[in-house]
Design a protein around this ligand. Sequence first.
Ligand SMILES: Cc1cc2nc3c(=O)[nH]c(=O)nc-3n(C[C@H](O)[C@H](O)[C@H](O)COP(=O)(O)OP(=O)(O)OC[C@H]3O[C@@H](n4cnc5c(N)ncnc54)[C@H](O)[C@@H]3O)c2cc1C
Length: 504
Amino acid sequence: MTDKLPIPSEADSQDEPLALPAFRHMGQFEEHDVVVIGSGPGASLAACLMAEAGREVLVLEEGDYWPLEAIEPFSSSEMRYKYRNGGITMALGRPTIQYVEGRCLGGGSEVNSGLHHRLPDETVWNWTARYGLEDFNPAELKSHSEAVERDLSVSLMPEGAIPEASLVLKNGAESLGWCCPEIPRYRRFGPNDSTGERQTMIKTYLPRAKAAGAGIVHGARAVRIKRPKNGGAYQLDIHINKPDYPKIRAEVLAKTVILGAGPVGSALLLRRSGLSAKSGKFLHLHPTVKLIAQFDRVINYPGLGVPVHQVKEFGSTMSFGCSISSPHYMSVSMASQPHGLEIVRDLWPHLIIYYATIVPEGYGSVTPIPGFKEPLVRFKLTKRDLAALSLAMKRLGRLLFAAGAKRLFPSVRGLDFFENPSDLDKIPSVLPAGKSELMTIHLTSTNPMAQTPELGVTDQWGALWGHKNLLISDASVLCSGPGVNPQGPLLTVARRNLTHYLGG
Ligand SMILES: Cc1cc2nc3c(=O)[nH]c(=O)nc-3n(C[C@H](O)[C@H](O)[C@H](O)COP(=O)(O)OP(=O)(O)OC[C@H]3O[C@@H](n4cnc5c(N)ncnc54)[C@H](O)[C@@H]3O)c2cc1C
């Protein structure tokens, strides 16, 4: 793999291209029936269902199109080309939480591990009670979850294909009597195939949308949505931004807008456009702490794959799993340890990153800053959250020692490594705000659905209050962090909302 990759174009591909370069496609004030902004899971599903229902659809994606085979998964090149800001994005607060988001055709689905969950019943009932959602219950959502699972080939790993790093978590949990299931993934396996193919958006909903007539354009960022005048169409201001080409501005009109720019992007666009003063004010996320476990045998190797077990003993408010542990990810995670980089250099095959994550009571915000492209993202964890993270780290440490780990390196500056279970008592009962290195890959809820405009940003079917033709279809409409990996829950909710919009 080269370090500087050419952006694939129509001409580069032997096959029919999935997406068109933006500058060849956009015209001034061309009118569309449906314009979908973004191409992450929520947006791609929307484009597919709308196009298959016979609507004329144009998808606009800010990032570029990268075929799956173009960039090695979980590499530094992937971060550089497929992540927003190369993965350097922060929710400011005490502690600051590093977050990452996909920014490419297919959004987060192209960079994620593809672990699939249904929305937990506990979360469903919570939202129903707190946000007054009607017709929102596990029975009503089931058919939507099942359809998504079929569409994305949700599967368990074939026998013998699960990495040892994942089985360590399972064995440790079993020795403590804790529940630790294998989580299925968006992956299609052929006969006698133990590797399978990732079922991301560029492999699933986007080709289906295209086959049903949708236009898909990459390198096109929507910068403003202007409200319709006299019952007409929305006007979208677009910036076309491709390396080595002059910057171009364009306008398109849309009878229906589907906003799927992700929790940060959708809130930013609604606020910049003056369409919702409340958008962005309910940011939620799953804060995550890490323990890097050292084993006395080789457990890590190039191409380790994605560990698939998660500890679910503590309901949806606290879970543990195993992270991507490539040298690049490991170096970033070891940053808080003195001599961390030397440890990674010398011991990497013996090291695996494990994580513990919680659903916090704290909230955050996404605020546009005049003159800047990116918004200010903030998050405030409460003392209870920091105590829950401490408990989570202690429990995970117990499990890893039970599974045979020799040393554990915590993601808390100033805490040395632990060599036996009693060392875990050194973890303060409330994690120190100034020294804890937290991260998240699960952002949600900047435009939560609710029964009234006082409680949320969209109505209970994901339409922006006062805009029946501006539907939001991404993780921002989830009422809170779902307590599990969010792609399955957001797709289920998006499918429910789109089916309702289409009159189904
Ligand atoms: C490393 C990583 C691992 C993960 N692992 C899992 C997992 O295993 N399972 C799981 O369920 N979830 C996982 N997630 C989370 C999951 O990927 C996200 O929850 C999901 O992608 C969110 O989908 P979305 O529809 O909200 O949009 P996103 O995926 O956030 O996509 C939004 C898209 O919109 C584009 N966009 C933004 N603004 C504009 C604009 N103004 N104009 C045009 N385009 C715009 C962006 O470039 C982006 O491509 C992971 C995430 C990451 C980063």
